[in-house]
Design a protein around this ligand. Structure first.
Ligand code: FAD
Length: 395
């Protein structure tokens, strides 16, 4: 049986980012890290590296700069120069712009497959060893750490186990970690779209009575669509032929980007707000979607998890204690608590407010959008939340 300092279970975007954030400090301390992942990056079935794109906040760019990966990621990252927020059938809109905020971009849209590749390529194999393809089937706490059983029956011991195995984590349940689960009764339909006109770095958030949609700019003048509808309706849209799909999308989105020309493969994701009731135990930390899984419309889920990963790496490396020390893990949890409460709350409230068909709520959001455009402090607050800088006064 082999023993490592840290075992990261799940090499998705969050697990791989944590390994990157730890590796330089780990090398100096002689720590050994193992990253366990069932699918090699680029494999069609890996949940993180599917056809999805992620809107990275300006704060996430700063983290990847610090980790030395931004230069490579930015080669295929489309800067968001403006965000246009509108409510279908009502006259209110709000515009947020990078120049007004004094930043080069409000965020960046990156295809998950590219981001995953950049992260894995940045790993230092002298410090981070990969077990891939491999899957953890069992986790047992023991004196001074955890014992992991892999699907090939090998056993591995570690001082600290980091569970980053995604929102449908079976291991979380196996450990008896409860979850708060609030379904949105919605699914997200995602696909890449080719618009008729240049997107010029404009991202669109559009709220409709049937659910919110986002159209984000991608390289090569494509757009990443995230269209949220009730489950059955999302399935109906996914099953439409290309021409009927584009025509329905056009009628909801309008002609802001000209006549929509092409749609790629469509995927559906059922949506719920899921929060683990515990994120740390002695010798255990739960990260990423396994800790909190958010509605995608506000584009906050991965950005929040990246801040968590960086904060956990900082807490472990700043401490004199061995990784796995409960006091260090609790200090990490305390440090991130407010960021998580604000980000989860922002994302959930925006989703519920903008998905409601109640007339009073529609009036309120119409006034809200008008107010947002008219009141610079409110707009600035909203822009900072959307950029993932909301709870970080330092940047
Ligand atoms: C439609 C959609 C759009 C989104 N858009 C955005 C956005 O624009 N911006 C944003 O910030 N967030 C966005 N998100 C959220 C973002 O995708 C997630 O926050 C992110 O994928 C979470 O990554 P993760 O690594 O925690 O989990 P996952 O991506 O699920 O990765 C978990 C990994 O663990 C592996 N694994 C599973 N079980 C085991 C096991 N037993 N042993 C070993 N490994 C295992 C899996 O193979 C996988 O690679 C979006 C989400 C959706 C659904």
């Amino acid at each position: 049986m082999s023993r490592v300092t840290l075992a990261i279970i799940g090499g998705g975007l969050v697990g791989a980012s944590l390994a990157l954030a730890l590796q330089a400090g780990a090398k100096a301390r002689g720590w050994k890290i193992v990253l366990i992942e069932p699918f090699a990056p680029g494999h069609a079935w890996q949940p993180s590296y599917d056809a999805r794109s992620s809107a990275l906040s300006f704060g996430s760019r700063q983290i990847y700069q610090r980790l030395g990966r931004w230069q490579e990621i930015s080669q295929r990252a489309e800067p968001i120069k403006q965000i246009h927020v509108s409510d279908r059938g009502r006259f209110s809109t709000a515009r947020l712009s990078a120049s007004e905020e004094g930043v080069p971009a409000l965020g960046y849209v990156v295809e998950n497959a590219w981001l995953g590749q950049c992260l894995w390529q940045g790993l230092d194999k002298d410090v981070v060893s990969w077990r891939c393809p491999a899957q953890v089937t069992r986790m047992e706490p023991q004196e001074g750490g955890y014992r992991l059983t892999l699907d090939d029956e090998t056993l591995l011991e570690c001082d600290l186990a980091v569970l980053a195995d995604g929102g449908r984590s079976g291991l979380r349940e196996q450990l008896g970690v409860g979850v708060r689960h609030r379904p949105y009764d919605q699914s997200a339909l995602i696909a890449n779209i080719t618009p008729g006109e240049a997107h010029d770095g404009m991202a669109f958030e559009r709220f409709t009575d049937d659910g919110p949609m986002a159209l984000l700019p991608l390289p090569e003048n494509r757009c990443a669509l995230v269209w949220t509808r009730q489950g059955m309706d999302a399935q109906r849209l996914a099953d439409l032929d290309e021409r009927s799909f584009l025509s329905e999308l056009q009628s909801v989105f309008g002609y802001r980007l000209g006549a929509l020309k092409q749609v790629g493969v469509r995927h559906l994701y059922p949506l719920a707000l899921v929060e683990a009731e515990e994120q740390v135990r002695p010798h255990l930390a739960i990260l990423g979607n396994a800790a909190h899984s958010l509605h995608p419309i506000a584009g906050q889920g991965f950005n929040l998890s990246l801040r968590d990963a960086q904060a956990l790496a900082d807490a472990l490396l700043d401490s004199e204690s061995a990784p796995g020390d409960f006091a260090v893990l609790q200090a990490y949890r305390e440090r991130q608590r407010m960021d998580q409460v604000l980000t989860v709350g922002f994302s959930d409230q925006v989703t519920r407010l903008f998905s409601s068909r109640l007339p009073l709520v529609s009036v309120a959001r119409n006034l809200g959008l008008l107010g947002l455009d008219a009141l610079p402090p409110a707009k600035r607050w909203f822009a900072r939340q959307a950029m993932g800088l909301g709870t970080r006064p330092d940047v």
